[in-house]
Design a protein around this ligand. Structure first.
Ligand SMILES: [Zn+2]
Length: 161
């Protein structure tokens, strides 16, 4: 008995399911060639691979931007703390001199500076000495009720305001 096997109208399409999008797709058309794999095709479909590439590019871009921001923050005197992938910018702890300078928006006495900065009276004098003698950014600015006033040096007050 001779059984005739009818010819198929087209070659059977070999399919494969992509584990990312769960779509059953053509093994030949929708999966890239990877000779190292058992079936010679990529595990994920071309569309999913494209998405993965885009996502990793975006991630690299975000990391680059975060690094740039961290560098800028460091230039601005902000301490940058790294926790895993999160980069947190924390304002640097001001020195006594910085605290005093910050409060000197107007001429002030040592007593007022002590109250405003929370520094000890000695701490205030030391900070003022540093600002006047070392930095030269603060000057004596007259008296009020028998107490000396301290102020930012004019040009400097404008520059650093
Ligand atoms: Zn896929």
């Amino acid at each position: 008995m001779n059984v005739e096997i009818p010819e198929l109208p087209f070659a059977p399409v070999s399919t494969k399911v992509c584990p990312l999008c769960n779509l059953e797709l053509s093994r030949e058309d929708d999966f890239g060639v990877v000779r190292a794999r058992p079936d010679g095709r990529n595990l994920y479909c071309k569309s999913c691979i494209r998405k993965k590439v885009t996502a990793s590019r975006q991630k690299r871009r975000l990391i680059r931007l975060a690094r740039q921001a961290a560098r800028q923050a460091a230039l601005d005197g902000i301490v940058v703390e790294r926790k895993g992938n999160v980069i947190a910018a924390i304002p640097a702890i001001p020195t006594p001199a910085e605290k005093v300078f910050r409060e000197l928006q107007a001429p002030l006495t040592q007593k007022t500076l002590h109250r405003l900065t929370g520094l000890s009276p000695d701490g205030v004098s030391e900070a003022l000495a540093e600002l006047m003698l070392v930095e030269g950014t603060v000057v004596r600015a007259g008296w009020v009720d028998g107490e000396r006033l301290y102020a930012r040096k004019e040009a400097d007050a404008r520059r650093r305001a």
